[in-house]
Write a protein that binds this ligand. Structure first.
Ligand code: FE2
Length: 413
């Protein structure tokens, strides 16, 4: 069938471009898959089994689940003659895709000692070979859809690369021997320069993903938002500022807290950010390099939305909305917007005006979570290189604090 020269299909399908596109996709695929294994390689077989809480998953499960994603959404529908690696695996490694079939209970992922880590390594190799074969042989007419699903799978795997680290840190923090994921890991240096607040352009501005390049469906549609007369902090809240909050009785002052936040403080016994412990007369915290003294100048990490909100109230400030954050980021107003800590916003995770989730199982990726969670913006020290975007919307429940989450303040004028 003849196609218009201007259609996206014909752009991918023209001979020279298809070959170079195939090479690019194969390189990207192998690079992302390799990064997962590089992150897992520091962990022993025993490390890879443990599930330290219901929200966290074992490393072995992450390695298998991202592989299941390619097998289920890419290989089964698009690689003719593809043989499932193991018929038992879809039940074990489906996360939350109801349309993709039944699945193992999330809190019991740590009980799956078999398949063992070597079995998962073999599963990964099987799927890697099949995806590579698909990239090299897919019919030109099918190439756009195949590469589209492949790209979602790569960004999905990158999300799990970050979770792999946050989940193992949580497990290590429960271990009295204080294991270190990477003894040589160094924290990112917080940006220097003048502190304080900077005015965000007031008025109507567009946010969301525009133009070319990948985005998740929750970043669409590109749409207008109204920005009030406000200013945003150039820097992230530091550990020194957080220690002042603690020493001023922040965790013991109910008037600073949302009702649900105060309940969490009491039921969880929070007296400091996640992983903080008082040792030898000073605060220490679990890091990727093991337990280290808290650096007063570094941005605070592992705080929940409730804590971020209470701190903002204590400081006489507010949290920015996600639109305020994005307009400030587009204007280059903030230091450490990316690469240190996901920054809580005061925005509930809701659909943008006109958003509709896609049909089918992949439509479950984001849309069905748009209730009861808060948006975080930026990226963290654990986010894989190249994964961050100005329109990226991360989201977690308000009490969550095992991610690399921090705080940027805002004020209204
Ligand atoms: Fe997933």
């Amino acid at each position: 069938m003849a196609r218009s020269m201007t259609s996206p299909v014909s752009q991918v399908a023209s001979p020279g471009r298809t070959d170079s596109a195939r090479l690019r996709w194969r390189d990207s695929f192998l690079r992302v898959r390799g990064e997962t294994e590089r992150r897992a390689a520091r962990l022993s077989t025993e490390d890879q089994i443990v599930q330290s809480m219901a929200d966290a998953s074992p490393t072995k499960w992450h390695r298998a689940h991202v592989t299941w994603f390619f097998e289920t959404f890419l290989l089964k529908p698009h690689l003719q003659g593809y043989a499932i690696f193991d018929e038992r695996f879809p039940f074990l490694f489906n996360s939350y895709y109801v349309a993709a079939g039944p699945r193992h209970a999330r809190p019991q992922r740590g009980l799956i000692t078999r398949p063992n880590a070597d079995d998962v390594t073999a599963y990964r190799a099987h799927v890697d070979a099949a995806v590579t074969r698909l990239i090299e042989t897919v019919a030109e007419a099918d190439a756009p859809r195949v590469f589209e699903i492949l790209e979602i799978g790569l960004h999905h795997e990158q999300q799990h690369q970050e979770l792999l680290l946050t989940d193992i840190i949580h497990a290590f923090a429960q271990n009295p021997t204080d294991p270190a994921y990477d003894p040589d890991w160094q924290p990112p240096k917080a940006a220097a320069g003048p502190r304080g607040f900077v005015a965000v352009p007031q008025g109507i501005h567009a946010i969301g993903h525009e133009g070319k390049g990948f985005c998740f469906d929750n970043e669409l549609p590109f749409h207008d938002e109204l920005i009030a007369n406000m200013r945003i902090a150039r820097h992230l809240v530091t550990n020194a500022e957080w220690i002042a909050f603690i020493e001023a009785g922040g965790y013991a002052t109910p008037s600073l807290w949302l009702s649900d936040g105060w309940t969490a403080v009491q039921t969880e016994g929070w007296q400091a950010p996640g992983y903080w412990r008082n040792k030898d007369g000073g605060w220490h915290t679990m890091t990727l390099a093991g337990v280290k003294p808290v650096d007063p100048a570094a941005p605070v990490l592992h705080v929940s939305y409730y804590e971020a909100e209470a701190f903002a109230r204590f400081a006489g400030k507010h949290l920015p909305s996600e639109a305020e954050w994005e307009i400030a980021a587009r204007a280059g107003l903030m230091a450490d917007a990316y690469g240190t800590a996901w920054q809580w916003t005061r925005s509930a995770y809701l659909p943008y005006p006109g958003y509709r989730a896609a049909e089918g199982a992949l439509g479950e990726y984001n849309g069905k979570f748009m209730v009861s969670q808060m948006v975080l913006r930026g990226s963290s020290l654990a986010t894989p290189e190249g994964h961050e975007r100005v329109s990226y919307r991360n989201f977690f429940y308000p009490p969550a604090r095992w991610q690399f989450t921090g705080v940027r303040l805002a004020e209204f004028v």
